[in-house]
Design a protein around this ligand. Sequence first.
Ligand code: ADP
Ligand code: MG
Length: 633
Amino acid sequence: MGRIRILSDNIANKIAAGEVVERPASVVKELLENSLDAGGKRLRIEIEGGGRRLIRLADDGCGMLRDDALLAFERHATSKLSDVKDLLSIATLGFRGEALPSIASVSRLLLETRSAGESTGTSIEISGGKLLRCDELPAPPGTVITVQDLFFNVPARKKFLRSDQTELAHIASLATHYALAHPDKAFLLRHGTADLLDLTPVSSLRERVYQVFGSRLLDDLVDLGEVERTLKATAAGEPVNRVFRLRGFISAPQVQKLNRNSIYLFVNGRLIRDRMLLHALSAAYHNLMPPACFPVALLFLDCDFEEVDVNVHPAKTEVRFHHGTFVHDFLRDTIRERLIEARPAAPVPVPAHSPQPAVELPFSEFTQRMESAGIESMTYPLASPERIEDLPTFQLRDPAPLAQRLDFSGPPIPFLEAHGRVPDTHGSFPLGSYETADLSELSDLRPLGQLHESFIVAAGRDGLWIIDQHVAHERILFEQVLRQQAGGNPESQRLLMPIVIELTAAQQIEYARIADELTKSGFESEPFGRRTIAVKSAPAGVGAGDIEKLILEILEIAEAELRQASLEDLRRALAASIACRAAIKINMRLDASKMQWLLSELAATSCPMSCPHGRPIALRYTMREILRSFHRI
Ligand code: ADP
Ligand code: MG
């Protein structure tokens, strides 16, 4: 007798469950997708014990007929595909017909469902893949699926589950994703007795974002609007136009997350994790945000179903685009252009409407670790102050250590909060156009003075501004160096004496590789004896004392990061280093005309919101926030 046997359905389902059901959140994902495919408008998710004890999803969708309800637990049973051709254009979230049998094979599952067209409903109980009973049941139209004791019969899997809190955070993230994708539906996520999400239907994505994340984040988000780009392609030898649409929200560069948990990507309504799209997003924030930080993004890409293959992964979280490069560049360019156009300014934190508890759950243990470690505080080079007795400076009596950034992240001062509104004895303030939150008006600002000889304090139509003079100048110089590199006319200064720098063997190799680019950026240098180079000219503005450090820094970047990177990346890195060294430092007195010059030059840059290393340049305290803080509105 041969040794090959056909596996029983039960074993096949358990194997499929290994791919489809990785953790409680995967069950929630499959159940939610089914409820959405069924047209549910009110989705209620109940969780106990991080989802291992109980997951219940109740919807008011189309329900199932009795025969269909039984069939749904057969492998490859689906109502969503009938022909192999359908696979090429999948419009529903589900299509593999694998989820229900897989889940039922590794849990105790109860299905209660009624189709609106039938007078009674059906109740089916399955345990570890074995049908226990199938009864009639009086029930409202819709479907309730209860999954208990996940992995009770697969101890090996159960061992791999993380803490309840972690599993719950995955579930919350997932439910949040789908809630964002469907603003018109009501979502409830309950863990034990706590409501983590409780969202009533709203008519726009903007309102849903407000419900989920609160007003504070909404202020920091830039609306992409709806952008369309058409690709001319051929299908079966015929030319066709493929339209790609992108909409959603992206955060201003000052919102910097330590991981990708706040990036929500949807392709044709399907939640996905895609390396290429994530890369396009990072590329859009290049030189606007530090390399290891991530934005908040909520992106909905819609395209012809033929342009994207969703049948790549059993959990349906990966896709393959037929024209990947086109999609990548469309995303990157659209996001970058919109960021540059909107020029969002960083606000000073004020109390605001708070987000739903679900978004405050740490996504994973890893995130928790990262967050408790805190963000490394950034340090500035200190420079000797230059005396110009022109403008008043606001000196704090007890200066904070200068190497630290001012910290605006603490809790707001709760003054007067407890006493309610104060009587209005000063007349109301005319509230007009104090809504602008972008950096276009930098050039109209009136500098009031300097704080700590490091930050320019300025008054504008829109409120009070604080500008970091070093990073502001860095941005100005960065764009200037880039322009000069491109035009082949770098501004350079001849040194009285050439500076001789000793290089290691590795640095010599890097030097040979990037020597041309150094020249294009304003250096004049050449090999000089064994393992040394002589620098005769350097980019304008870089102090003689900084030149060696700058060259070594550039060689180090070239070695560490830019081996694989494009020429453009190398040029940008060079420009960023030069700008950083040549920019005025903090702890430097500036007179009124210098401050004014700095502000108007900054206003003329394409990205006045962050320095090339991604630090914010300007903070604004809007009139509205000032009025609110003084209880005038
Ligand atoms: P798929 O979603 O890939 O079709 P599933 O195993 O997830 O496969 O579900 C099998 C079938 O059960 C679906 O095609 C659908 O007809 C039915 N079904 C599942 N969940 C629901 C629900 N909440 N409401 C109505 N029908 C459902
Ligand atoms: Mg499904």
